[in-house]
Ligand binder design. Structure first.
Ligand code: NDP
Length: 240
């Protein structure tokens, strides 16, 4: 069945691949973004997918935008909380802005978005929420106490909301990607990246499409018994 799907950060990188995959599956997709209008317009032109600009760290903007998307495309059945940023630095050099920006954008965003779709999903007895975590939320990473804390928080958020939605037809799952070839990872210095790739048994970075295919699986109408899970997709880099 076709649903309205919101993919936050859906105009670039992993989110763009998710938006395109869900659109190919027949869903009406709203791809959201923060401020890179050029990338968003190019994505819209290339795919025909609707784009919406707002800050996922701001509750009121999320409320207004969900309402606008529902007017344009219909009640939201699928939400993929994918938008995320890094502001790396060791804790002894990290200022509050670096900490707070990552916590607000990567973790509070899950509250901001879920809170604005959950009532409707519960009332209609159908919802699919997928939160994008990270291998670094599972394993920790040097220079990323902010990012690891936010991503680790996503995994707890997912399990708690899964319990709340289970009897109402709302499934909530997380994906923990390893290193995926996007702008975020291309910003890592080449020498550091080489070392990272050497720790990936599959011997390469992930493709954004490796993550998108898992989202397609988790949001399917008949994926009714998969909830509260975290799917690790990392080329074998971290198993537990
Ligand atoms: P990119 O940097 O390539 O894209 C990020 C997207 O999020 C963009 O569309 C961006 O919008 C949007 N965004 C950022 N901040 C906000 C905000 N405050 N409000 C709304 N939208 C925002 O990221 P990736 O594709 O690499 O990562 C996607 C997700 O996957 C993130 O949560 C990331 O933490 C996670 N992840 C990524 C990994 C990787 O190796 N790439 C590994 C593990 C997890 P705009 O274009 O306007 O800037």
């Amino acid at each position: 069945m076709s649903h309205t799907a919101i993919v936050t950060g859906g105009t670039r990188g992993i989110g763009a691949a998710i938006s395109m995959a869900l659109s190919e599956d027949g869903h009406k997709v709203a791809a959201t973004y923060a401020g890179n209008d050029e990338a968003a317009e190019a994505f819209k032109t290339q795919t025909g997918i609707s784009v919406y600009r707002f800050d996922v760290a701001d509750f009121d903007q999320c409320a207004d935008s969900v309402s606008r998307i529902e007017t344009d495309l219909g009640a939201v059945g699928i939400l993929v909380n994918n938008a995320g940023i890094t502001r790396d630095g060791t804790l002894h050099r990290m200022d509050f802005e670096q900490w707070n920006a990552v916590l607000q954008t990567n973790l509070s965003s899950c509250y901001n978005m879920c809170r604005n779709v959950i009532d409707g999903m519960r009332e209609r007895g159908f919802g699919r929420i997928v939160n994008i975590g990270s291998v670094n939320g599972q394993a920790g990473q040097y220079g990323q106490v902010n990012y690891a804390a936010a991503k680790s928080g996503i995994h707890g958020f997912t399990k708690a909301l899964a319990l709340e939605g289970a009897a109402k037809g709302v499934t909530v799952n997380a994906i923990a990607p390893g290193y995926v070839d996007t702008d975020m990872v291309r910003a890592v210095p080449e020498k550091v990246l080489e070392k990272i790739i050497a720790t990936i048994p599959v011997g390469r970075l992930g493709y954004a499409s490796d993550i998108a295919r898992a989202v397609q699986f988790l949001v399917a109408d008949d994926a009714t018994f998969i909830t509260g899970s975290t799917l690790s997709i990392n080329g074998g880099q971290h198993m537990y």
